[in-house]
Write a protein that binds this ligand. Structure first.
Ligand code: UD1
Ligand code: MG
Length: 475
């Protein structure tokens, strides 16, 4: 196992990204469920290098907190005078590392294995620099590789500098390089900001190395998608597409069935167990963890939630920050949020909303119900249209419902209130006082039957109609 402790990884993340037309720095735009630069840092982490350095500048105060928790060293480049200048300001941080791998912060699909291969090739080739390149059908927007011979590079030519005959060149500079530090610094020292933007281009260092008789090698990446940078919104969409495809493929390898996979959106940290089935149009987001043999049906969105085994999420449910134990059924059209917890075997039906509520084992709330700040025991039945009135206009209050309770349909439980074990609440009740265990509470207007009232009413109406017609004839 070759050791990479002589390598410093350097990620360039100081630029603005004008082509995105955004108030947010380019490297903070998300694709595949993470900011671009975070993907790059994570790929570097697996290389086993001496350190990873991130060069920040534009919106440094926003970029720093994203990368700092990932154990990187930060270098501030202020102002941002080009990719070559970014390296010059990082010289001290790079220190005595023998090799420097440079990566753009806006090309997030790069994989650890590809970086390791680049370092290996560079060390074996004993070059001053080794580049990763891609051959693209549409190379526009990138610097192009001018080769000399089959293996070596003569220069990188920025798009704006291309001569007419060079427009055919379709091998692009991905801005991913491995340098031998001792050869890099003298070459960079010879680069002048001779361009429209008055910037020091790292690409010019390649030309300088050639002029000094040094070897520059390039390797075409096996999967050109890894080389793609994000300069435009369309680039972001394309890169996001690839990430999502890779994530779905990884879950399928783990034994998850995904129907019409291209319609399913899954964030990178999501996991799911064997024989779980994901139907079309589902989104699994954040840190969601799904067990084995679950079914998540069409149109459902699950965010930062934990599902046990054999959970069924019927179509069009929205579940966030919640826990569903094994053998639970929710939906269709259910909503769960803010630390709600469904215990084993419980069931939540259509148009039921749960907020910060715990539903005990085997308990059911099947229709048109709001349960907020409620703690419900096991084997309880919550009738259709039950509402916990948890908010008094100032504060939220708790509703406690025991085991084997029966709440009749269309009941309003005005919190704070407790319903004891085994109690019954009559349908249509407005419960404002605690209900003792095993008792029946009815809190609604008493019913009065007026015998014969309707028949009498009809007779009166018929008589009035008859005399009205007579009056009309007379007139
Ligand atoms: C650069 C390359 C181009 C290559 C392309 C690949 C140069 C001069 N050109 O062009 O050959 O095909 O990347 O995507 O290098 N950055 C800094 N400090 C700066 C300027 C830029 O940190 O002063 C960072 C940016 O944040 C970005 C990366 O360097 O992450 C590349 O900069 P960008 O402006 O995207 O360069 P390109 O024009 O794409
Ligand atoms: Mg770029």
């Amino acid at each position: 196992m070759p050791n990479n402790k002589d390598v410093a990884m350097l990620i360039l993340a100081a630029g603005q990204g004008t082509r995105l037309k955004s108030s947010l720095a380019k490297v903070l735009h998300a694709a595949g469920g993470r900011p671009l630069v975070e993907h790059v840092v994570r790929s570097c982490a697996g290389v086993g290098a001496k350190k990873t350095i991130v060069v920040v500048g534009h919106q440094a105060e926003k970029v720093k907190p994203v990368v700092e928790p990932l154990k990187v060293e930060i270098v501030l480049q202020q102002p941002q005078n080009g990719t070559g200048h970014a390296l010059l300001v990082s010289k001290r941080a790079i220190g005595n590392a023998k090799y420097v791998v440079v990566l753009p912060g806006d090309a997030p699909l790069i994989r650890t294995e590809t970086l390791k291969a680049l370092i290996r090739k560079h060390k074996n080739g004993q070059a001053a620099a080794t580049l990763l390149t891609a051959v693209l059908a549409d190379p526009s927007g990138y610097g192009r590789i001018l080769r000399k011979g089959s293996d070596a590079v003569q220069a990188i030519i920025e798009e704006s500098q291309l001569q007419a005959e060079q427009r055919e060149l379709n091998e692009i500079n991905a801005s991913m390089y491995c340098f031998t530090a001792a050869k890099l610094w003298p070459a960079l020292a010879r680069v002048r900001p001779d361009n429209k933007h008055r910037e020091i281009y790292l690409t010019d260092a390649i030309m300088a190395m050639n002029a000094a008789g040094e070897t520059v090698l390039a390797e075409v990446a096996q999967d050109s998608r890894e080389m793609l940078g994000c300069n435009t919104r369309a680039d972001l969409a394309g890169v996001d597409h690839t990430f999502r495809e890779w994530k779905r493929a990884a879950l399928m390898r783990d034994g998850v069935t995904i129907q019409l996979p291209e319609t399913v959106l899954i964030d990178p940290d999501v996991i799911a167990g064997e024989d779980t089935l994901i139907e079309p149009g589902v989104q699994l987001l954040g840190k969601t963890r799904i067990g084995a043999r679950c079914v998540v049906k069409t149109g459902s969105v699950v965010h930062d939630s934990i599902l046990g085994d054999e959970v069924v999420v019927e179509p069009y449910c929205v579940i966030s920050q919640s826990r569903l134990d094994s053998d639970v059924l929710v939906g269709p059209f259910a909503r769960m949020r803010m630390e709600s917890h469904l215990k084993r075997g419980s069931r939540i039906g259509n148009f039921v909303e749960l907020k910060k509520s715990v539903v005990g084992e085997g308990t059911k709330a099947m229709h048109l119900t709001y349960l907020g700040d409620a703690k419900i025991g096991s084997k309880t039945n919550i009738g259709a249209g039950t509402i916990t009135c948890n908010y008094d206009g100032f504060y939220k209050h708790l509703t406690a419902i025991g085991n084997k309770v029966f709440i009749g349909s269309d009941s309003a439980l005005v919190a704070p209130v407790k319903i004891g074990n085994g109690a019954y609440v009559g349908a249509g009740s407005t419960i404002t006082e605690n209900v003792p265990a095993d008792s029946l509470a009815i809190a609604r207007g008493r019913q009065v039957n007026k015998l014969g009232w309707a028949a009498k009413k009809r007779r009166e109406l018929a008589a009035a109609e008859k005399s009205g017609k007579k009056d009309k004839k007379r007139r």
